[in-house]
Design a protein around this ligand. Structure first.
Ligand SMILES: *Cc1c(COP(=O)(O)O)cnc(C)c1O
Length: 390
C-alpha cells in the first residue's frame, strides 16, 4: 500500500499532511481512519519481539499517529503528545535544573506564569519576566545562569509580538535553548522552527483540536537529542495524552487549515468593527494597521490569527454588561474552538497572576478578550453590536 508513505511525504502541502500524516497506519483491517487503541499493554511474540509498543504510558499507536501528524505539520523531527498544554510546559522545564535561569515574557499564558513563578521558582529555578516585545529587554536579562528563552507570540491577552528571529539570534550567540509556545497561531500561521527555534510546545486544547471538547498538549523537537530527552521525560513523568483524547485531536487536525482561514476572516471583520465602535477605547489585534507591530506580524506570521482583545470604555460594570449580553460569544475561558468565546482576563483567565503582575502586563478591568470562532462574521458583529449597545 503506497498511501501511507506517500502521504507522509514532507513534500506534500500543509492541508494534505493535515489529513494524511500519521493517519494511514491500520494494516489489520485497512481502516481509513486511525483506530483508537485503548490497550494499556501490548503482547510480545517472544522475549525479544513486540510490534513497537509495549505499554501505553511509554507509547501508544493512536497517540503516535497524532504525534507523527503534528511533527509533520510543525516541521519537526519528533513530537510527544501530552495530557494537557501545561504538561507539555512541565516536560520542557525538566530539560533544565535548579539554578538555571530562564527568560520569558511578562504577559505569558497565566498557567505557564503560575508554574514558573510559584512552583518552579520554589524548586530553585530562576525566571525573568520581561516585556519581550522589545528585544533589548531580553538581551539585558541574560545572566551567567541563563539557559533558555521561552517565547510566546502573540502574547495573551494583549497580542504583543515577540520578534522570533531576533530573539533566536540573541540566544544562538550565547548558546541558549529557545522554546516557542505556538498555541495562538498554530503551524499553519507561524513556523518557529524555520526561524531557528529549538522546541515548540502547544496546548492542543485550542486550535489544533479546535472543537473545545478535549484537553491536551504536545512538545515538538527538531534535534535528535531533544527528541530523546522529551520521549524519556513524557514516559518517566507519566504525562502522555490518553488514546481517546489523542484520537479527537487527530480528527480536529484534519481541518486545521480551512478552520484557521475561517477564524481569521471573522477576526479581521470583528476587529475592524470594534475599532470603529464609540464604546471601544482600543483594539489589540496584529492584523490592524493601528497595532504597533503590524509590520512584524506581516513578515513573521502567515496570517493574523483569531485572538483579539479590546479596552472597553466605562468601568467594570460595563465589562460585565457586555460579557453577559452576547449570545453567540459564550462567556468562557479557553480559546481556539469553532464557537466564539468572550472573557475578562482580569476576572477569569489571568486570575492566577497577582493583581500587580496583571497591571504590569497591561491587563485592566476593561480588557475583554475574544476568541473568534468560525461562525459567519456578520452574525458575530451583530451579536457584539447588540451587547455593546445594550
Ligand atoms: C491554554 C494554554 C496553555 C495551557 O494549556 P492547557 O491545555 O490548558 O493545559 C499554554 N499556553 C497557551 C498559550 C495556552 O493558551
Amino acid at each position: 500500500m503506497a498511501a501511507a508513505s506517500d502521504s507522509n511525504s514532507d513534500a506534500m502541502k500543509f492541508e494534505t499532511r493535515s489529513v494524511h500524516a500519521g493517519v494511514d497506519i491500520d494494516t489489520t483491517f485497512n481502516s481509513c481512519t486511525t483506530p483508537i487503541y485503548p490497550a494499556s499493554t501490548f503482547y510480545w511474540e517472544d522475549l525479544e519481539t513486540n510490534k513497537g509498543f509495549d505499554y501505553t504510558r511509554s507509547g501508544n499507536p493512536t497517540r503516535r499517529a497524532l504525534e507523527d501528524n503534528i511533527a509533520s505539520l510543525e516541521g519537526g523531527l519528533s513530537c510527544r503528545a501530552t495530557s494537557t498544554g501545561m504538561s507539555a510546559v512541565l516536560t520542557v522545564l525538566h530539560l533544565f535544573q535548579p539554578g538555571d535561569h530562564i527568560i520569558t515574557g511578562h504577559d505569558i499564558y497565566g498557567g505557564t506564569y503560575r508554574l514558573f513563578a510559584e512552583i518552579f521558582t520554589k524548586m530553585g529555578y530562576q525566571f525573568s519576566f520581561v516585556d519581550m516585545s522589545d528585544t533589548a529587554n531580553v538581551q539585558a536579562a541574560i545572566t551567567e545562569a541563563t539557559k533558555a528563552i521561552w517565547i510566546e507570540t502573540p502574547s495573551n491577552p494583549l497580542m504583543r509580538l515577540v520578534d522570533i528571529a531576533a530573539v533566536v539570534e540573541i540566544a544562538k550567540a550565547k548558546g541558549l535553548t529557545t522554546i516557542a509556545d505556538n498555541t495562538f497561531l498554530t503551524p499553519y500561521l507561524q513556523r518557529p522552527f524555520e526561524m531557528g527555534v529549538d522546541l515548540v510546545v502547544h496546548s492542543t486544547t485550542k486550535y489544533l483540536n479546535g472543537h473545545s471538547d478535549v484537553v491536551g498538549g504536545c512538545v515538538v523537537s527538531k534535534s535528535e537529542e531533544h527528541a530523546e530527552q522529551v520521549d524519556f521525560l513524557v514516559n518517566s513523568l507519566g504525562l502522555g495524552n490518553s488514546p481517546f483524547d489523542a484520537w479527537l485531536v487527530l480528527r480536529g487536525l484534519k481541518t486545521l487549515g480551512p478552520r484557521m482561514e475561517a477564524h481569521q476572516k471573522g477576526a479581521m471583520a470583528v476587529a475592524k468593527f470594534l475599532e470603529s465602535h464609540p464604546q471601544v477605547d482600543r483594539v489589540y489585534f496584529p492584523g490592524l494597521e493601528s497595532h504597533p507591530q503590524h509590520e512584524l506580524a506581516k513578515t513573521q506570521q502567515k496570517g493574523f490569527g483569531a485572538m483579539l482583545s479590546f479596552e472597553l470604555k466605562g468601568d467594570k460594570t460595563d465589562t460585565e454588561r457586555v460579557c453577559t449580553k452576547t449570545r453567540l460569544f459564550l462567556l468562557a475561558e479557553s480559546l481556539g474552538g469553532v464557537q466564539s468565546l468572550i472573557c475578562s482576563p482580569d476576572c477569569m483567565t489571568h486570575l492566577s497572576m497577582e493583581p500587580e503582575a496583571r497591571r504590569k502586563a497591561g491587563i485592566t478591568t476593561q480588557t475583554i478578550r475574544l476568541s473568534v470562532g468560525i461562525e459567519h462574521p456578520d452574525d458575530l458583529i451583530a451579536d457584539l453590536k447588540q451587547a455593546l449597545e445594550s
